[in-house]
Ligand binder design. Structure first.
Ligand SMILES: CC(C)(COP(=O)(O)OP(=O)(O)OC[C@H]1O[C@@H](n2cnc3c(N)ncnc32)[C@H](O)[C@@H]1OP(=O)(O)O)[C@@H](O)C(=O)NCCC(=O)NCCS
Length: 249
């Protein structure tokens, strides 16, 4: 009985071509591999996302909470046609990006999360995700939203995205923006980097284990140093402190 119900609850994924791994040299001089992860690897990633849920700075909290749910949905077969890519530096997790195939022509960009800052790791991982939709899945456009000012600068401004404000995005139903094939072609020379095939040694290291981030974003030691909590009563850093004071956590 429960097995039959699971068949109804579990969507049947449509075939999607795999993302061919690539590698690049990042600003620190290190080599970074971007590759697709399988469902089995999701539990290896979840703890690193969970610890970002209370980092209010740059909206890591809301993005991490949503990414956690999306990865869990993928792992537990509760989402249609999702994929997850990771960026790894010597095995270490540097970024996670995910999205969905809506139909043959349209892709849905879900999230981009950088776990090491200041090296455009997130930007490179996002570019790989766009490459997956446009070049590998051969889609016409990708629907995108930003949840943070840095995201807005990275996607809407750097790629000069088009408005699709009549189309609600799956992330909160907010108005969508779109990366078309034409926009992607214009960005190719400047924003999309990486080489293939990935040398065996680099690839083996990446597949061997997803290692913890060496310098992940963390909550501020002094709450007043949190950029938003000081002025914003909805700041989650402040809420978490009140929960502790009230003995709720
Ligand atoms: C948006 C995001 C993926 C971009 O990742 P990225 O390309 O690797 O860029 P970074 O976040 O490291 O840096 C962005 C800017 O913040 C600055 N910055 C912030 N914290 C920094 C740090 N600890 N060290 C160095 N630079 C930092 C950088 O100087 C950079 O400025 P620039 O745009 O002039 O280059 C990443 O900021 C992130 O994961 N943010 C939280 C989640 C989020 O908002 N995701 C996108 C949802 S739309």
């Amino acid at each position: 009985m429960s097995v039959d119900l699971e068949k109804i609850l579990r969507p049947v994924d449509n075939p999607m071509p795999p993302f061919p791994p690539k590698y690049m040299t990042i600003a620190s001089g290190e080599e970074m591999v971007i590759r697709q992860v399988s469902r089995d690897e999701i539990p290896d990633i979840l703890p690193y996302i969970e610890s970002l849920m209370h980092v209010e700075r740059d909206f890591y909290d809301i993005v991490a909470a949503r990414v956690y749910a999306e990865l869990m949905a993928y792992y537990r077969h509760r989402v249609q046609d999702e994929y997850v890519l990771v960026a790894q530096i010597d095995g270490e997790i540097g970024a996670v990006v995910n999205g969905r195939m809506v139909n043959a022509d349209v892709g849905m960009s879900l999230h981009t999360l950088a776990l090491r800052r200041g090296l455009r790791i997130g930007a490179h991982a996002f570019a790989a995700k766009m490459e997956y939709h446009i070049d590998i899945m051969k889609q016409k456009e990708v629907l995108i939203v930003a949840e943070s000012p840095i995201g807005f600068r990275r996607w809407m401004i750097e790629y000069n995205l088009e408005k699709r404000f009549d189309t609600p995005h799956e992330l909160g139903g907010v108005p969508s923006w779109a990366l078309t094939r034409e926009l992607f072609d214009r960005a190719r020379e400047t924003l999309v980097v990486g080489r293939r095939p990935v040398p065996d040694k680099l690839l083996e290291k990446a597949y061997a284990a997803i290692l913890p981030p060496s310098d992940p974003p963390t909550p501020p030691e002094d709450l007043l140093a949190a950029t938003r909590s000081r002025y914003d009563s909805t700041g989650t850093a402040l809420m978490a402190q009140r929960w502790r004071q009230e003995g709720k956590v």
